[in-house]
Write a protein that binds this ligand. Sequence first.
Ligand code: PLP
Length: 382
Amino acid sequence: MKRNAPLDPSTLAAQGLGWEDAETGAVIRPVHVATTYARDENYALPDDRTYIRDASPALDQAESMIATLENAAEAMVFSSGLAACMAPFQALRPGDRVVAQSGIYFGVPTWLDEFGDAHGLDRVMVPAGDEEALLAAVRAAPTALVWIENPSNPMLDVADIRAIADATHDSGGLLCVDSTTATPVHSRHLDLGADIVAHSATKYLNGHSDVLCGALAVREPGDLWERIRRHRYLTGPQPGGFDLFLLVRGMRTLFVRVERQSANAQKIAEFLEDHPKVPRVNYPGLPGHPRHTLAKAQMQNGFGGLLSFHVDGGEAAALQVAKNVQLIKRATSLGGVETLIEHRYTVEPEGTTTPPDLLRLSMGIEDAGDLISDLSQALDRL
Ligand SMILES: *Cc1c(COP(=O)(O)O)cnc(C)c1O
């Protein structure tokens, strides 16, 4: 074996970075649930840990794995994806200008709408998919933070990370990319120019629809990153030890799961594209996607497990297809090993830009033939 060859991220993930339990040699580290750490008789801390909100061995392996997979200097885990996504905004200073996309995962624009004023944030919202408008907004005034999703959920718009990063840096700010749908299997957004990557680890990183978790990873820690860390310490959105144990276990199989989910998504996208009742499929792996070439340059190992498609006949027809499926589950969320279908328009807040004829699919790891049969009978019964 070439001892000094850099190991592939899939190798590092499978072995949990090779960490063992120092006390027993166990290849799986124990579930750490302690909230507090004993001092010695001189009132010194043997391991520099005082209290769980500050530092816990339960955080270490998950954060080291995420930092390694994202090629980041550091990572922080949070008790949900939204806790992670909102932390950079909450760590800004009053008067800071932010440019963010609308038409992405609804939580971020909704928080900015309802709480942005209370935090004194000067914000500009630009529809995902309109990159000219985004670049113009970033260039219009000094901007502290730019927030985008790539590819976006649920429309699968693809953003040019290098171009947006350059504009953001010229404007004096940091680019945050929600990489939940891409995962580090497909894109390392920090290598492409982003400053901070966010994840709903509830989705692909954990991958089994049984943990609520989030993460941030940073290319180069600076003032904002330290404020985010301080904010997390003072507000306490850290996951507990059991959830972190499950997250680490989930991440060990990240690559095989996501590669299978992406392969399934590609096959299902191609099937849907040829279906007479489907006028349009949104998936960056299709040559007909408006930014397929860019997606190819920014992604490897496939194009992700998320796709969406429009159904002839509008909202009623889309809901009928969701009703007709027999194997695929009707449920929100994404990234689990079971395939889910969702009518986002029904669940999003009033005024959503998500089209009513749209269905979103989060591909699981089932047999692609079984999934195609299910969608085929659901569409044919329209
Ligand atoms: C689900 C999701 C979130 C929110 O994450 P939670 O873990 O549910 O809090 C944020 N961004 C994207 C892209 C998501 O899909």
